[in-house]
Design a protein. Structure first.
Length: 266
């Protein structure tokens, strides 16, 4: 008689492991190819085929890092609501985050880097770094409006005034991250995607924030003032409506009856 020398169980179920090593390929690409092959297998009833090892750990790590990314965005919004004492102005600033995502993914593709744990950590860093530029612009615009300037004049003055500090901080961060992105030291390749993500997000957001944020500021400000304008228009229309006056018409005298001329009694 022949039989297995060892029976492996997982979750009280018999299991068989098939292992392999990677050679020149990324674990995420290999995992995707294996999953496509697993989906084509006709698994009998009572059996199941799943991936474990590095693929399972990577999926769990991605879930945790995406949860951290969502929590960072939420905390950033709550902090700005407390500082601005408004729910609207933080929404304007949050519009700058998609600009950073475009630049980060574009530079990752241009440098042939993958979306891994380090690049996702770079995305979390971008949530705070990118919002800084929009905060400078929105806050100074509000300050100018409090001084008496109109909205469009405040935006036109805030852009050139805040351009210099935005470019200075962006250049400082890009230059500081460049050695890590180039991976000049031995074993620094695994940190390069984080720096590439930060650099790409900062470059695109710093340039496009000066164009997008004023446009979003104008649109949201117009929408916020729309109810007040509608109420004012209705009130002005009701005030200008002419009042209907009721006047009594004189009753004509019947024919053949003399009309007295004098008002005294004979």
């Amino acid at each position: 008689m022949t039989g297995p020398t060892q029976i492996t169980r997982r979750d009280r179920q018999r299991s068989v492991y098939v292992t392999a090593s990677l050679n020149g390929r990324v674990a995420g690409d290999v995992s995707a190819d294996i999953q496509k092959g697993i989906d084509k297998i006709a698994v009998p009833s009572g059996y199941k085929v799943t991936q474990g090892g590095v693929a399972q750990s990577q999926n769990e790590s991605f879930g945790q890092i995406f949860a951290a990314l969502g929590l960072s965005v939420l905390l950033m919004y709550m902090l700005m609501v407390a500082l601005f004492e408004s729910l609207v102005y933080p929404l304007m600033i949050m519009f700058s985050l998609p600009l950073a995502v475009v630049g980060a993914f574009g530079l990752l593709a241009a440098t042939h880097n993958t979306l891994n744990m380090m690049s996702l950590i770079g995305m979390i860093l971008l949530t705070g770094l990118v919002g800084k530029n929009a905060i400078l612009l929105v806050d100074y615009t509000n300050t100018l409006r409090k001084r008496g300037l109109k909205r469009n004049q405040a935006l036109l003055e805030a852009g050139p005034t805040r351009l210099r500090p935005i470019l200075m901080t962006t250049a400082a961060l890009v230059l500081a991250m460049s050695p890590i992105a180039m991976g000049v030291n031995e074993g620094s390749e695994w940190r390069a995607p984080m720096a590439v993500t930060v650099i790409g997000g900062l470059l695109t957001s710093s340039l496009l924030t000066l164009v997008l944020i004023p446009a979003v500021y104008t649109i949201i400000d117009d929408l916020g003032g729309l109810p007040r304008r509608v109420v004012g228009l209705v009130r002005s229309v009701t005030r200008r409506r002419p009042a209907v006056a009721h006047t009594e018409q004189p009753v004509p005298a019947p024919r053949g009856v003399p009309v007295p001329v004098g008002g005294g009694a004979e």
